[in-house]
Design a protein around this ligand. Structure first.
Ligand code: SAM
Length: 243
């Protein structure tokens, strides 16, 4: 009797009818996500999983604002630029989550970190109403403590571009712009563009969601040979050309 029961249960669990409700529920769920313009990413390769796991951990530990897939893109871009000469820089450090990620993607290059650490310095009429002066204020010391275990990081606290003159002779392979507003992004592009190595990349966050960031990129590259490529999420990317 017991054996018959076990056999029947096995048969039922393998039967396609058993999976149907699950499949239907999954389809409905996916349809719901798609109607909200949300996609799911599947990552199967062990090295991809390791990066995603690290990103999940960093998000929890640091309060990093980038979405997981954006952080993954940033990590992959930073690791792919190891052979391009030049330093890495980030404007918009906040609690240091993306800085940790950049440092882990490339452990050798000098990483310059620019932030007021007192939050967004100003907003202008070009900016999305969501942003305001003083938003994302944090503690420089807390960020320094967080990044203490890593090497070759230089902090440049204060208002960019006033803090930029110290790196005016440097070249850059990767610049990550996450400063949220029109004027800050404009100042960053004006400063870094001519200092980018050939093949170097500028990655911008909030390009698709912050009107000011979008305008700054569009205006700046309107008379340049490079094009602004929209990535997954809110990011964009520009590859510096050499001819
Ligand atoms: C959204 S937060 C950065 C988030 C961080 N990259 C992350 O993913 O967790 C934006 C930061 O840009 C900084 N910021 C904006 N404009 C700036 C400027 N002109 N100079 C220095 N820092 C600026 C703000 O202080 C704020 O910490």
């Amino acid at each position: 009797m017991k054996l018959l029961f076990q056999k029947s249960l096995k048969y039922l669990l393998k039967h396609p009818l058993f999976f149907m409700p699950k499949r239907v529920a999954t389809r409905i769920w996916l349809y719901g996500l798609r109607s909200k313009n949300i996609g799911l990413i599947s990552y199967e390769a062990p090295d991809q999983k390791a990066v995603f796991d690290r990103i999940h951990h960093l998000k929890k530990e640091t309060g990093m604002l980038q979405e997981v897939h954006e952080a993954y893109q940033l990590y992959q871009i930073a690791s792919s630029l190891q052979r391009i000469p030049g330093d890495m820089a980030e404007v918009g450090v906040y609690t240091g989550g993306t800085a940790c990620l950049l440092r882990e993607a490339d452990t050798k290059k000098t990483l310059h970190l620019f932030d007021t650490f007192t939050g967004i310095p100003e907003v202008s009429e070009e900016d999305t109403a969501y942003f305001y002066k003083g938003q994302f204020a944090t503690s420089l010391q807390a960020v320094k403590n967080r990044l203490n275990a890593y090497e070759n990081i230089l902090f440049h606290p204060g208002f960019f571009p006033e803090t930029a003159s110290i790196v005016k002779e440097n070249t850059f392979s990767l610049v990550h712009l996450d400063a949220d507003t029109y004027r800050s992004t404009q100042a960053c592009l004006s400063f870094f563009y001519s200092r980018m190595s050939e093949g170097g990349m500028i990655v911008g966050h909030d390009y698709t969601t912050s009107a000011g960031v979008h305008q700054a990129f569009s205006e700046f590259f309107s008379d340049k040979k490079e094009t602004v490529l929209t990535l997954l999420g809110t990011q964009c990317m520009v590859v510096k050309l050499g001819f």
